[in-house]
Ligand binder design. Structure first.
Ligand code: ZN
Length: 143
């Protein structure tokens, strides 16, 4: 199985240490998150190109039908993972754009600070914890 970088926890970085009187989303903080997002994006892109290489290498004509089925299953699974990763890259790009526009780190719904620690756990988050929970509940109800 190939490695994948679907989770931000796969990306290593030092947690941000906030200065005593440092304002929220200072230039330094924005640079910190920009760095994390770029690193994550790079890892995802590496995954995707590895997969393409991997799929091209593997011979597609196993004699054993069972092997063939397994391989097909693996491939479907991998492609699904890569699809998720492509979506994630788009999300990362949107987030980088927001950093550029100095519009990062605040909840889209209520406008409060999302918080450095939450953003380090989920750098693409655009909702605070409360609004996120409400959005998830709404989503479940609508389904
Ligand atoms: Zn909110």
């Amino acid at each position: 199985m190939l490695e994948n970088a679907n989770q931000i926890s796969d990306i290593s970085f030092a947690p941000y240490v906030q200065g005593e009187n440092e304002e929220y989303m200072s230039d330094l903080q924005l640079a910190h998150f920009r760095q994390i997002l770029l690193k994550w994006r790079q890892a995802l892109q590496q995954d995707i190109s590895d997969t393409v290489g991997h799929l091209q290498q593997e011979p597609m004509n196993h004699a054993d039908p069972l092997d063939r089925a397994t391989q097909q299953e693996e491939m479907t699974l991998e492609l699904r993972t890569r699809d998720r990763e492509s979506k994630l890259i788009r999300k990362i790009d949107q987030t980088l754009e927001r950093i550029r526009e100095d519009d990062y780190g605040y909840c889209d719904t209520c406008g409060i600070e999302i918080g450095v620690r939450r953003l380090e756990a989920r750098p693409t988050a655009n909702l605070c914890v409360d609004c996120k929970s409400i959005a998830e509940i709404k989503e479940r109800v609508q389904r």
